[in-house]
Design a binder for this molecule. Structure first.
Ligand SMILES: [Zn+2]
Length: 282
């Protein structure tokens, strides 16, 4: 369905943020030191929740990383953060300081006294910061490799106490209800059909004999079975309480070649519950 302007912006920010975290995570795979990496924690201390993008636990030190996937030109002036067009955006340092302070309170609560080193990571190579201050914990795209080198050069052998800390952090993580953040939607509002797995276009056509789905937008060719399974997975995410039946799947995928094909795919990948008219798949 068409998203409202606000939801579109929200979606854009979320996917951009997620992409940034993945990029940083990939970079951390170059770490050779003995350390533990924890991503995306939501924690609670003194009635305040706080979100941690990435924590790196090393011997005698915790690195706290706030990741920003900004692209384009920005500048820093009197402790404020601006886009090149003078549009002020929230200073990532403010967020970092809050997270650091709450993390420190959290550690004290659980009897850990370990120094925290907090930094903002600008992960996107297309990011430029004019007037970048020397005394602020900003790590710019051109400094990322050096960061990994520095971390690798540190002697760190984690003892059990740090491994317990990592376990504690994971156990205390609050899982959010993803549905609360979703825009509201109803089945009849949503476009049905098999989307292309590459460009996400709904302009696809299926050929019964080849068993393929062809994208009319980008030309990608995919097995019907793979496309149907991906499309049904989306249905399950969108409507977790709905039962998957042959008719519903047929309608949701819209252009699957026949109900027989749909039944065969469902039978192969799902467990059939019930018989005849009242059956569904789980
Ligand atoms: Zn396509």
């Amino acid at each position: 369905m068409a998203l409202s302007k606000t939801d579109q912006q929200n979606y854009y920010n979320l996917s951009k943020g997620y992409e940034g975290e993945q990029l940083f995570d990939a970079l951390l795979h170059n770490l050779e030191c003995d350390c533990l990496v924890l991503n995306d924690l939501l924690l609670l201390v003194n009635n305040q929740t706080f979100q941690v993008d990435t924590l790196l636990i090393m011997n005698n030190r915790i690195h706290l990383f706030e990741i920003k996937n900004y692209t384009g030109d920005f500048y820093f002036e009197s402790n404020q953060f601006f886009r090149k067009d003078r549009f002020e955006i929230s200073n990532p340092l403010t967020q970092l300081q809050r997270t650091e302070s709450l993390l420190r309170q959290w550690l004290i609560k659980f009897n850990y006294s370990i120094p925290i080193q907090a930094s903002v990571i600008f992960i996107n190579p297309g990011f430029t910061l004019y007037n970048a201050p020397l005394d602020k914990p900003f790590i710019l795209p051109t400094q990322l490799n050096l960061l990994i080198k520095k971390l690798n050069s540190q002697q760190s052998i984690l003892n059990k106490r740090y491994k317990n800390l990592a376990e504690k952090l994971v156990n205390q993580h609050i899982s959010e209800h993803p549905l609360q953040q979703m825009p509201s939607y109803e089945y009849h509002q949503l476009q049905k059909g098999l989307k292309c797995g590459i460009c996400e276009s709904f302009s696809t056509s299926t050929t019964r004999y080849s068993g393929n789905v062809t994208c009319l937008n980008c030309g990608n060719i995919e097995k019907i079975e793979t496309a149907v399974l991906r499309t049904l997975q989306e249905f399950r995410i969108l409507f977790p309480l709905e039962k998957i039946t042959t008719n519903k799947s047929y309608e949701w995928c819209n252009i699957a070649p026949s109900k027989k094909t749909m039944q065969r795919i469902l039978g192969k990948h799902f467990k059939k519950i019930g018989t005849k008219r009242w059956s569904y798949y789980s």
